[in-house]
Design a binder for this molecule. Structure first.
Ligand SMILES: NC(=O)C1=CN([C@@H]2O[C@H](COP(=O)(O)OP(=O)(O)OC[C@H]3O[C@@H](n4cnc5c(N)ncnc54)[C@H](OP(=O)(O)O)[C@@H]3O)[C@@H](O)[C@H]2O)[C@@H](O)CC1
Ligand SMILES: [K+]
Length: 478
């Protein structure tokens, strides 16, 4: 599991550790890791032109000490100081002793930045507040225009460490070296896309059990995947019921069933007006025409994709005492009170627009505050909320760490791909995973399948469903 902690937690762990170590040890560890990463990016350190953008806090101190290390290895290092009187004194002395140059920014340093091979962003780290101030923003722009490799120290300046929000201008890095732990802002968009490739440098922090944000890794997903045993029958593996599609949109039903068939349940029941289209593609589906309550036994329901105005079906499904996943059209008909009243798990899977409607806000507000939005949804509905997007987020009903999906790909932004995810995650619910696990494992497999299906070229939703088998095998290491 990859874990990310908020700035306050990091500071508390830092205080605790610093009390036991000689002064400067932590910054020394940070700077050593940073310099090593910088050297790798440069390939040849001797003779390389390195510029440090140095703010007034310890983030600038890290940059200065790392710059000193690079200068000792023969790099030409120039520090541009945003607040010359407040720049880290120890770091400045170290850099000067190593032969580095210091210029007063933000006016100075333009020529050095333009000719740089590598720029280190030490403007702000976890102490930054709001977007970059105008002087700092000017330097960040100059760095971007220079064509140098851009390396952020701890966090791209201007990105909110705790949320990934980017309230104004921010540094856009090719890579980020972060210290002690990941920060939520490095994993959640729009912060994540400012960070580039992230490398973690351990500095020995002792962190609490529950992080703010976590990302499943292969081994976590492998451990969570349902595996049939010798005595499994279809009910033990789980039966998932799918209420999707309409005369107008039969395709949504086919895609949701395709996802469900790949989710590990023992059987899929389909209820709705698209039975013919579903059977034509998947003869193994158990179809019925009556109301969901008479469809036979299921261990979970998926309701919503392509159902249009069928609010009745949603109300009926929400009244069932099995896990329920509500997606797409179904979300418009899901009353918060009805969802809250349920005792079995509920999973809601909106994209940003649908989440905005559920929260009574705008799409842009959801996109710019994804972490807060997914938490608010889970809280308001007392349910697991999965917010789709470039970094899909999953929040559980009881608070706790939010899961961010690491396998997403822009290729997944294609019509019908969400229908596949709803069937898949619903099937994982039927197989016995709880809401948070079903949604986050579903998102993980779905992202992998999207990558496999696309493989560098556009893929459509049905291909994503078909690639789910390969995603399972990949995760299981087969
Ligand atoms: N914790 C740890 O374990 C370790 C932490 N370490 C390092 O320390 C870093 C945290 O250092 P920190 O606390 O000194 O804060 P930091 O991020 O440098 O920024 C504060 C300064 O920025 C300024 N400023 C604020 N907003 C701004 C804006 N929008 N635009 C422009 N400027 C802005 C603000 O100025 P002021 O508001 O005071 O005028 C203030 O002076 C951490 O990220 C890591 O790199 C490592 O060395 C090892 C272990
Ligand atoms: K930074």
């Amino acid at each position: 599991m990859r874990s990310a902690y908020e700035a306050e937690t990091v500071r508390a762990a830092e205080r605790e550790l610093m009390a036991r170590l000689p002064e400067g040890t932590l910054m020394g560890r940070a700077a050593a890791g940073l310099a090593a990463a910088a050297a790798e990016l440069l390939t040849r350190v001797y003779g390389a032109r390195v510029v440090l953008l140095v703010g007034s806090g310890d983030n600038g101190g890290d940059a200065l000490y790392a710059g000193a290390r690079l200068a000792r290895r023969g790099a030409g290092v120039t520090a541009v100081l945003l607040a010359p009187e407040r720049a880290h004194p120890g770091g400045l002395t170290a850099l000067r002793r190593a032969g580095g140059r210091v210029v007063r920014g933000p006016g100075g340093g333009a020529a050095e930045i333009a000719r740089a091979d590598l720029v280190l962003d030490g403007i702000t780290g976890i102490g930054g507040r709001g977007g970059l101030r105008p002087e700092a923003a000017g330097l960040a722009r100059a760095a971007r225009e220079s064509g140098a490799v851009l390396l952020a120290v701890d966090l791209p300046s201007g990105v909110d460490a705790d949320t990934g929000e980017v309230p104004g201008e921010a540094f856009r890095a090719d890579a980020t070296v972060t210290f002690g732990t990941y920060k939520p802002g490095l994993l959640v968009d729009p912060g994540r896309e400012h960070a580039g490739a992230v490398r973690l440098v351990e500095i020995g922090l002792d962190l609490p059990e529950a992080p703010a944000v976590q990302a499943l890794q292969y081994a976590d997903v492998r451990a969570l995947l349902p595996a049939p045993s010798a005595e499994s029958d279809k009910y033990r593996r789980g039966v998932v019921g799918v209420v999707a599609g309409s005369a107008r949109y039969p395709g949504a039903a086919v895609l949701a069933v395709a996802g469900a068939l790949h989710g590990g349940a023992g059987a899929v029941r389909y209820v709705g007006p698209a039975a013919e289209a579903v059977l034509a593609r998947f003869p193994e589906t158990l179809v019925s025409a009556g109301p969901p309550a008479r469809a036979g036994r299921v261990q979970s329901w998926v309701v919503g994709p392509g159902i249009g105005e069928n609010a009745e079906a949603v109300a009926e499904i929400l009244a069932a005492d099995v896990p329920v996943l509500v997606d797409a059209d179904g979300l418009r008909h899901a009353e918060a009170a009805a969802v809250r009243a349920r005792t079995a798990p509920t999973v809601l899977t909106p994209h940003a627009g649908e989440a905005a409607a559920l929260l009574g806000t705008g799409r842009a507000e959801v996109e710019s505050a994804r972490l807060a939005s997914v938490r608010a949804l889970a809280d308001r509905f007392g349910a697991t909320a999965l917010l789709k997007g470039s970094t899909t987020l999953v929040a559980g009903p009881a608070g706790g760490p939010v899961r961010v999906n690491p396998t997403g790909t822009p290729w997944l932004a294609t019509a019908g791909s969400g229908d596949v995810l709803s069937g898949l995650a619903g099937s994982l619910l039927a197989a016995g995973l709880d809401g948070l696990d079903a949604a986050s494992v579903g998102a993980y497999l779905h992202g992998l399948a999207g990558r496999f299906a696309a493989d560098g070229a556009p893929a459509h939703a049905f291909q994503v469903a078909e690639a789910l088998g390969a995603a399972w095998r990949d995760v299981r290491g087969e």
